[in-house]
Design a protein around this ligand. Structure first.
Ligand code: MG
Length: 228
């Protein structure tokens, strides 16, 4: 493994404690269409595009395809409910971690399937990450679990796979990163079992942002080649 040059961070559930809001608003939006959507499934679908999630839920629970209008209506309702949710907290230690990486000359990129403007626009202020280093739901056609989002990050950074690592909290995001050929560290900040993240291919797993920070500090500090 080469010297670490960049970390690709997922956003929801890694930088911000925002998954609870997504889960609450997904469950509520589907309820209004007569679908009882379990919170665990919201976590398992994390990282999919909005329309991708709605299509899959309709196939599973209504045994038919969602119409264009249904997809639009549910997603519009979800976005509306999201705007009423409390602002999510930043996970402990994540701001310090990104600052430290920057000091060590390691780039931080954000790779997220999200299109939520409320958080995407805060990344510069909260983490000092430039918009050029943010790949969002607006940049992708397929989204997770396709490797597309992480391949875009690789291409834009101009770095080699061996010089980058990914931090993800969601099974589909881990699969996407692994399909892109990247070393992937999982952090289990949600309600899923560790096995869900390991089975998706995570190379390492931590239980919270503090444990994760300690590991990344050590990777950033010196020669990482023997650690990975
Ligand atoms: Mg996430």
């Amino acid at each position: 493994m080469a010297k670490l040059k960049a970390v690709f961070f997922d956003m929801d559930g890694v930088l911000y404690d925002s998954m609870k809001n997504h889960v609450t608003t997904w469950v509520e939006s589907f309820k209004r269409s007569g679908i009882d959507f379990p919170p665990e499934e919201a976590y398992m679908n994390e990282g999919r595009t909005g329309s991708g999630t709605i299509s899959r839920v309709y196939s599973k629970y209504k045994q038919r395809k969602a119409t264009e209008k249904e997809i639009n209506d549910i997603y519009t309702e979800k976005v509306r409910l999201m705007s009423q949710m409390p602002k999510p907290e930043i996970f402990p230690g994540m701001q310090e971690l990104i600052k430290r990486l920057n000091k060590e000359g390691i780039q931080s990129w954000i790779v997220t399937g999200s299109r939520q403007p409320s958080l995407i626009y805060k990344l510069k202020k909260d983490f000092d990450v430039m918009p050029e280093r943010v790949i969002s739901g607006h940049d992708v056609k397929k989204g997770n679990p396709d490797p597309e989002p992480y391949l875009i990050a690789l291409q834009r950074s101009g770095l080699k796979k061996e010089e980058c690592i990914v931090v993800e909290n969601a099974p589909l995001g881990i699969r996407s990163a692994k399909c892109a050929g990247l070393y992937t560290i999982a952090v289990n900040t949600g309600i899923l079992k560790n096995e869900n993240l390991i089975e998706s291919g995570a190379d390492e797993l931590f239980q919270n942002s503090v444990e994760l920070s300690v590991r990344l500090f050590s990777l950033a500090s010196d020669d990482v080649s023997k650690d990975r």
